[in-house]
Write a protein that binds this ligand. Structure first.
Ligand code: SF4
Ligand code: SF4
Length: 103
């Protein structure tokens, strides 16, 4: 699938590094490879790739992550209809013909 990048510096993703235990779950569940492991903790490496799906915050056992989930694809669809940039979403068809993404 094409590597989508959304609008810069608008993702609501927040990480409380003091809470992170380094379990790696966020890396496992993030569909856009936003996180890297940085020693004993995770780090946000590709914030602008975050589509605000909420998977990381829902699955972080330490409560170290928060994100305003649910607006990423809606915003992308609206931007697309209005002819603005940021009109791409992950919900298009997968390469195998199935559906990908969050909605
Ligand atoms: S899921 Fe939470 S505790 Fe685990 S590495 Fe990611 S931020 Fe840290
Ligand atoms: S909200 Fe979704 S896309 Fe964004 S960092 Fe978390 S898991 Fe990745």
């Amino acid at each position: 699938m094409k590597d989508l990048i959304y609008l810069k510096n608008v993702a609501s993703l927040h990480m409380d590094i003091a809470r992170c235990t380094g379990c790696g779950m966020c890396r496992e569940v993030c569909p856009h490879d936003v996180f890297v492991m940085n020693g004993k903790t995770a780090a946000i490496a590709r914030r602008d790739a975050c589509m605000e799906c909420g998977a990381c915050s829902r699955n972080c056992p330490a409560g170290a992550l928060s994100v305003s989930a649910g607006v990423g694809c809606a915003a992308a669809v609206l931007n697309g209809l209005l002819g603005r940039s940021g009109g791409e979403c992950c919900c298009g068809p997968a390469e195998d013909g199935g559906k990908t993404g969050c909605c």
